[in-house]
Design a protein around this ligand. Structure first.
Ligand code: SAM
Length: 231
């Protein structure tokens, strides 16, 4: 999805109010250990998490994002940090060598990829053996008969104290995520349902009564031996 300059600025200006799910994400990241690690923040937005990862001792942090206004904000924020770099790139096709990352982190980004299999294969390609993916995203299941909504845009309102930001997510069913992970070299270590109080399906959405949006955190690990070949 395209983030205009206005949307990127609005999102970034209110980012500190959308951080109610950060503690659970940070706890899982700290549990795998960050000191001396090479980490990519996929869909890094304005770079807030990339900076936090560097403060926690990661030796190299790469923030990648598809939208130029987000990368520009991130570069401004991190201009003094030698070990943090930002890349304007699609998360499913990153110009980074295979098996070079200890951790891939991604906060509310997976539901933007039209085909989950592409992003989980890319995550699995980037990770070293035993490396971790730790990410949050929306899973949205639909009532029987509404399967045509899969991968269609759904308007999400992110509420903050003096207004809201409207962004489109794709409707991403659990079945697609499960199949994509099974097709990669990743295994599921943990899944938590998390309460994202600021993110609600917009009232204008005509199918809101036929869908159920869930917010989840997954911890995945790249299996040591895999038949999948790296490109
Ligand atoms: C909801 S924001 C989350 C940003 C950041 N992770 C955070 O926690 O603030 C989603 C981000 O995903 C980025 N994004 C969307 N599609 C992408 C893609 N195909 N590749 C990389 N980034 C993408 C958007 O530009 C946006 O910055």
């Amino acid at each position: 999805m395209k983030y205009s300059q206005e949307l990127a600025h609005n999102y970034s200006a209110n980012r500190s109010e959308y951080n109610d799910t950060d503690p659970v994400l940070f706890a899982e990241l700290e549990a795998v250990g960050l000191v001396g690690k090479r980490i990519i923040d996929m869909g890094c937005g304005d770079g807030s998490h990339a900076l936090w990862l560097a403060e926690k001792g990661a030796c190299q942090v790469i923030g990648a994002d598809l939208n130029e206004p987000m990368i520009a904000l991130a570069k401004e924020k991190a201009s003094q940090q030698a070990n943090v770099n930002f890349l304007l790139a699609d998360g499913s096709k990153l110009p980074i060598a295979s098996k070079t990352m200890d951790v891939v982190v991604s906060n509310y980004v997976i539901h933007y990829f039209p085909q989950a299999v592409h992003i989980f294969n890319e995550i699995s390609r980037l990770l070293k053996d035993d490396g971790y993916f730790i990410g949050t995203f929306n899973l949205t299941d639909v009532e029987e008969g509404f399967e045509h909504l899969y991968n269609q845009a759904m308007p999400i309102r992110l509420q903050h104290s003096h207004g809201s930001v409207l962004i489109n997510n794709l409707i991403k069913p659990r079945s697609e995520i499960v199949q994509a992970i099974a097709h990669s070299a990743l295994i599921v270590l943990k899944e938590l349902e998390i309460n994202n109080l600021h993110s609600v399906v917009d009232e204008s959405y005509p199918y809101k009564n036929y869908i159920k949006k869930q917010s989840v955190l997954m911890v995945l690990q790249r299996a040591k031996r895999s038949t999948q070949s790296s490109p």
